[in-house]
Write a new protein. Sequence first.
Length: 437
Amino acid sequence: MLTAFARAFRTPDLRKKLLFTLAIIVVYRVGTHIPIPGVNYKAVQQCVTEAGANQGLFGLVNMFSGGALLQITVFALGIMPYITASIILQLLTVVIPRLESLKKEGQAGTAKITQYTRYLTVALAILQGTGLVATARSGALFNGCSVASSIVPDQAIFTTITMVICMTAGTAVVMWLGELITDRGIGNGMSILMFISIAATFPSAVWAIKKQGTLAGGWIEFGTVILVGLVMVALVVFVEQAQRRIPVQYAKRMIGRRSYGGTSTYIPLKVNQAGVIPVIFASSLLYIPALVAQFAGGKSNWADWVKNNLTKGDHPIYITLYFLLIVFFAFFYVAISFNPEEVADNMKKYGGFIPGIRAGRPTAEYLSYVLNRITWPGSLYLGLIALVPTMALVGFGATNNFPFGGTSILIIVGVGLETVKQIESQLQQRNYEGFLR
């Protein structure tokens, strides 16, 4: 990986792309520290200090914003509205025929879906920004903070609208910065911003574990966490690269005096076909009842049960539900993102077949069978990776924002591998050695 970056810096046009990407990253990180108008910045800093790493229900969103959410800055919402809008559009593509037809139109249809994603991102940013401002005004953003109710001193309607507009504009700017990286940088802009947001919280989280440690001044806990992180990275890289290659043979066809086809290829089915999306879905779904219980007025039996069982990461009920939801969403997402019948029809159209399997419906059934077989280990792997923070809670007394959590490691490793592949592909286009040396 370091060799690829070194070679890229020696190539003039790639060096410009890398420097442009670094400049955009600096702008993005600066924006995460600019507070929006109407916020008492000193009170926010005091509440962040008092809360420490215990960020409660907002820990996941705060991680995706690079710590900007709890600081209530211009980029407080970060890339999360765009991620949510992209997932929603991807799910609706299976349900709405119009979106499905746009997806099949190629580049023009993809551009139209991207435009819909932008509109939905702005709408979600308005909704989430309003919720964040209401939460900050009520004092529920930092439970237990002595000055939580004075974070937004002026609760006039004009101030509230101004705060929501600023956060929505910040989300639009983040989306624009990601598209700039995609167009003029090294590509994969939104994923790189997500990578930076998560990686920015690593140093402080690891150092917090060192300060809270009791063995040898916390250095033993610090070293153990680093070792666990390296082992997890190696495991994730190994599984993310694993794939089941289904061989495909294309029959030779004669058109005029020229022959076409007769080639062999394969269909790569990844073990973790769903990526990190099942973990995000499961985390978000488990946050909903806890969030409702937090804002529920008065005392009730169901709210007490939720607070006792679904807000503690080390509770057996929470662990079980979390694991089962990850497995369920892994199968659900794979089912809607990979259509065996469509793949089989395309193969039949171009004269392709799997050796030993008849074209058409038998091919679709075979692909579905193989996909279900490899999704089981992929879903179990996701569940085990996601439970690492829970084991850290029990073993080290760490917080819910354990730095080497499943979601963060999966995203960082996945984006890192994809970025390196893109850089290597661009290097191959510029330094093609040919067949003879």
